[in-house]
Design a protein around this ligand. Sequence first.
Ligand SMILES: Nc1ccn([C@@H]2O[C@H](COP(=O)(O)OP(=O)(O)O)[C@@H](O)[C@H]2O)c(=O)n1
Ligand SMILES: [Ca+2]
Length: 482
Amino acid sequence: MAKPQGPHPGLMLQNYGIVLDAGSSHTALYIYAWPAEKDNNTGRVEQTHSCKVKGKGISSYASQPWKAGESLTLCMQEAEQKVPNKRHHETPLYLGATAGMRLLNMENSSASDKVFQAVEKALQKFPFSYQGARILSGQEEGAFGWVTVNYLDDLCSCCVLTSMRFLSPSQGLETTGALDLGGASTQISFVSDNYDGSESPSNSVTFRLYGNDYNLYTHSFLCYGKDQVLRLALAQQTQSGPRTILDPCFHPGYTEIKNYSVLYDSPCVSGRKPQGAPENFTLRGNGSFGQCQEIVKSVFNFTSCKYSQCSFNGVFQPLLQGPFGAFSAYYFVMNFLNLTDTSIPLDTVKDKLARYCATPWDEVSYLAEYCFSGTYILTLLTEGYNFTFPSSCVYFQIKGSDAGWTLGYMLNLTNMIPAEAPDKPPLPHYVWAVLPICGKVKGQRMLLNTVLQITWIQGLFRRTKAFSQWRVHLWLKDILSI
Ligand SMILES: Nc1ccn([C@@H]2O[C@H](COP(=O)(O)OP(=O)(O)O)[C@@H](O)[C@H]2O)c(=O)n1
Ligand SMILES: [Ca+2]
């Protein structure tokens, strides 16, 4: 179905918003734009530009905080070029930091404050409307990722419509879960019919969508991002303080000298450094997927669960309900390994990964960590969260690789999607629903022109004024592909 024609894009006055994603491994800047017209009922927020900040994440500048500010300059100058001059002053600028800064704040809160001061000083030099820099809670990170996933077009790139059913508004609209894998934390967020938020309320975020209450389940596992999990796995293997380890998660022929102090310099493993360990140890790869998976499994705790059911580490998780969009490192790693096709049987995926891990290092020769990361992702999904493949619809790409919490964060803070909401019935009389079965997208698209009105019920963000005014209108369009 053809999209509704608006005015010529060149004639349209655009609004802009800028979000800096200060992740544990690096910072990225995103520019979003949307039509400024009032009463515009086709308004969509689109990402118009992104810029990857050179160097590491801002938490890595703990001992030289001014450098954290400086590191942002080039991308900010680029943003000055990309946003038209006359819109600069009205363009809100946000910086949200995630698990890297969460860990630094736990470890050394004055260092974390200094990093924020430096970042703030640098950002305020630019002509945008600076709205603050802060650490997102894990819940916010998960919930905003979910908002983004459900806002983006082309949600169901791995789902085919195998059945259509009518849903009355009281039955609600099927939403897509969000899986975010970072370097230092990982988030899972989804709506499950079996979850009303009463069990483990700290995992619950309640939205009101079209007069329907949705209980979003969300959890962020700090230290379970892929870079920190690698530390956990290495800590597991070096508890006796050896000079050499034979690591099955690295390719045969791979060797690396690792420093004990550097490895154990993270709150995720602190206090576990073996007494009397030498300065360094040598990591030698032996490329065995099966053994690697055993090590990776050992970083999950499955023994205690005080709830009706848990994922791991005693964390409550309701029954999975899909489809799910997996982004950030899920996408980068699985795309690199050519394993994004979740319709292939799990054993085939494991065979492929086993072959990759067993490939000698001199044939791979760069990017040493993909065997480990692939093994971790597979283990996290199947053992940690209990996804079954190929029947669980998890798709590893959402419109490029830029999906993340940033768009959802901006939609919320600008209080606007669309601020100029049209007076439309909240739901059409019928809604097509998708059964999440993995496969190829075929055929035409249905236009679902729908307004999702989200009201934050729980006082998750009570402390900040902007959040207490949460009232976001989301247009979900084109979400169904048949
Ligand atoms: N092209 C890219 C970009 C990032 N990544 C990884 O994606 C993860 C992004 O994490 P992040 O910096 O957002 O960290 P968190 O603060 O979200 O935990 C890191 O592990 C990066 O190494 C990647 O594998 N390939
Ligand atoms: Ca991230």
